[in-house]
Ligand binder design. Structure first.
Ligand code: AMP
Length: 210
């Protein structure tokens, strides 16, 4: 099954992606994670994307479309994949269609803006393996280091409140129009992302029939 996880930044897409990925044995393709990896590795693409990411703006369509196209072509995507954070603009969605990849479902995890800032300021990311935590909703065992690899947890630069406000503005302006795009294709399933993570997972699993 080819799945798009959709919703504002901080909706919990990454957490749900991990669970679906494990349950269905299909990979998660997170453009944000791939861009952060490229940034950390200091590749030309990573360096070019750095300022947009840190400012909470979008990286160019051309760059992210290229990343996704290469990744979807890999062998482990044959039996399905989860797109987390892509597409984020209408041209990206059109490019995905043009790749000839059939999308089975678009899960829209809805969370109002008021809840987002609180959620994102509590988010912590492992500085080594990229695992994500939340100080209140999903803390690591000791609150400071990663349960998986032991490296220190950090606050993403783009999770600072002033950057989050900007990211939400970008979401409403550039990304939200995709709701209509996928509604028209009868692919959209809306999930209430304000419920507890376990309840959201139950809704997501029900929507996917898993
Ligand atoms: P995320 O981890 O999905 O919140 O993405 C972090 C940042 O990476 C975003 O704020 C953008 O700067 C960039 N990014 C990730 N995915 C995309 C995309 N599909 N289009 C443009 N920029 C993206």
């Amino acid at each position: 099954m080819n799945i798009i996880l959709f919703g504002p930044p901080g909706a919990g897409k990454g957490t749900q992606a991990d669970i679906i990925s494990e349950t269905m044995s299909i990979p998660t393709l997170s453009t944000g994670a791939m861009l952060r990896e490229a940034m950390k590795a200091g590749t030309p693409m990573g360096l070019a994307a750095k300022s947009a990411i840190e400012a909470g703006s979008l990286v160019s369509d051309e760059v992210v479309i290229g990343i996704v196209k290469d990744r979807i072509a890999q062998d482990d995507c044959k039996n399905g994949f989860i797109l987390d954070g892509f597409p984020r603009t209408i041209p990206q969605a059109e490019a995905l269609d043009a790749m000839g990849t059939k999308i089975d479902v678009v899960l829209d995890i809805e969370v109002p803006d008021e809840a987002i800032v609180e959620r994102m300021s509590g988010r912590r990311l492992c500085s080594a393996c990229g695992a994500s935590y939340h100080v209140k909703f999903n803390p690591s065992e000791d609150g400071e280091t990663c349960d998986k690899c032991g490296a220190p947890l950090t606050l993403r630069k783009d999770d600072k409140p002033e950057v989050v406000e900007h990211r939400l503005g970008v979401y409403h302006a550039e990304t939200e129009p995709l709701i209509g795009y996928y509604k028209n294709k009868n692919l959209l399933v809306t999930v209430d992302g304000q419920k507890s993570p376990a309840e959201v997972t139950a809704l997501v699993k029900k929507a996917l029939g898993i």
